[in-house]
Ligand binder design. Structure first.
Ligand code: ZN
Length: 225
């Protein structure tokens, strides 16, 4: 076990195939399905598609089924490594888990946690989407940064997280980063209020008015003439 720990700690120095080969050598298949009893609290992260993934000992599990009081989960590397590891949860604890035939991918888990942190930041701070992404990327290791989705996709995720009710609006630092939520494009009576938006850029033009106000302008203008 000591040998394995050393290899996991130095995972950035060897490639994933080497790690899995070493892990399999240390864990013969016959021991892979032994069940351990656990009473640990649940910890979740979201997949790229928004599915809830359960984290146990650095491994990720996807929900399989719920039966009576228990929910059953299977390893997310089921297809990639043919891993048969399962675990089950009861109430708010992990009740039992079986062993994997591969090492945990620490960078992958950290990627999920990083995405979660950015979503929480989006919902609770007034930092712009650009600021959240920049500050996160600055504090991220190369291994994690290499596995993060493209910046454009991260920004979309942050904007989606911000669209939930009650999330604070980001402070725009220029017209490129100004995001106008749907709720601000309508009046309280549901009329269109943002009539024109030329799009991001230094010379951005935004025209806020209602059709009623425009008609009034036309009437007044015709009276003046
Ligand atoms: Zn597994």
């Amino acid at each position: 076990m000591l040998t394995l720990s050393l290899y996991i700690d130095s995972e950035l120095l060897i490639n994933p195939c080497q790690r899995d080969y070493i892990y399999k050598a240390l864990h013969p298949i016959s021991t892979c399905n032994s069940i351990r009893s656990l009473r640990m609290p649940l910890e979740f992260v979201s997949s790229n598609k928004g599915t809830l993934l359960l984290m146990v000992d650095g491994y990720l599990f996807r929900k399989e089924k719920t039966f009576k009081e228990k929910t059953y989960w299977k390893c997310t590397e089921y297809d990639r490594f043919n891993c048969r590891a399962r675990c089950n949860t009861e109430g708010d604890v992990v009740a039992a888990a079986s062993q994997h035939n591969h090492v945990p991918d620490a960078a992958k888990v950290e990627v999920r946690k990083t995405m979660e942190r950015m979503k929480v930041q989006a919902k609770t701070s007034q930092e712009s989407t650009h600021q959240i992404v920049s500050s996160t990327l600055r504090g991220t290791s190369t291994a994690v940064a290499g596995q993060l989705p493209p910046v454009r996709s991260i920004k979309q995720t942050i904007r989606r997280a911000r669209r939930v009710d009650g999330a604070p609006l980001a402070n725009p630092d220029n017209l490129d980063h100004l995001e106008i939520p749907e709720g601000y494009k309508k009046t309280l009576k549901g009329q269109d209020f943002l009539k024109f938006d030329s799009g991001p850029g230094g010379n951005r033009i935004l025209l806020f008015t209602t059709s009623d106000n425009l008609r009034l302008v036309v009437v007044v203008y015709s009276m003046i003439e």
